[in-house]
Design a protein around this ligand. Structure first.
Ligand SMILES: [Zn+2]
Length: 219
């Protein structure tokens, strides 16, 4: 049980995960696209925007998706122990209060953690989930190179990193149409290797988690 979950083996499915939300304008647009593709996802949310947009959490869960913890404010876990406690332990308590149910998965901001933050998360009853495929949807500009690099990179058992809100994007007013089109492409590309896009819980329960003990952001 030591290490962060990167992907699973022996599963025909792929798990799509979204970080940094919720956002009142963007998250509903993402939910609409997922519904059209028959996909279910895990949303690693920040508790500060989640507390302001609590109904979005309920809407996300009602649509068959899963809510997990990404922290309180997206602070780096390489900082002081007070910061780590706020992001991990307080964040978990706040999110569970908002949801009225327990939270099992945690993804550190920037995928960066320390042995101390990892141990604290485990003591808080959280399992750390990173990813095996990064869509790099936080980048702007031309997506052709990204598409080429990712084509064929989605494989059964993968945990795919995406964002409903771009980092630092909570001040944005509406969705970025280019990013939504890119998400459509990601869903179509995953659809070429699996007909089941599922939550982390469903992916893990149907396969065997592959863990890594490294504490830096995956490539
Ligand atoms: Zn993030």
């Amino acid at each position: 049980m030591l290490g962060s979950i990167m992907r699973v083996t022996d599963s025909p499915s792929v798990s799509l995960t979204f970080d940094d939300g919720p956002h009142p304008d963007i998250t509903p647009a993402v939910l609409e696209i997922l519904a059209r593709h028959g996909a279910r996802a895990t949303f690693f949310v920040l508790t500060e925007p989640a507390a302001r947009h609590r109904s979005l959490l309920a809407e996300t869960v009602a649509a068959g998706h899963e809510i997990a913890l990404h922290g309180a404010s997206h602070a780096r876990l390489t900082g002081s122990s007070d910061v780590v406690r706020r992001e991990v332990v307080d964040g978990k308590a706040e999110l569970e209060d908002l949801l009225g149910s327990s939270v099992r998965w945690f993804r550190p901001s920037f995928g960066e953690q320390t042995k101390a933050s990892f141990a604290l998360a485990r003591r808080a009853g959280l399992q750390v989930v990173l990813w095996s495929v990064d869509t790099k949807d936080y980048l702007d500009g031309d997506v052709d190179e990204r598409r080429e690099r990712l084509q064929g990179g989605f494989t059964p058992g993968a945990i795919v990193l995406a964002h409903d809100v771009p980092t630092g994007g909570h001040e944005r007013s509406g969705p970025d149409e280019a990013k939504l089109r890119y998400l459509e492409w990601v869903l179509d590309a995953i659809g070429e290797v699996t007909s089941t896009i599922v939550t982390v819980t469903d992916l893990v329960s149907a396969g065997h988690p592959k863990r890594s003990t490294h504490f830096h952001r995956p490539r």
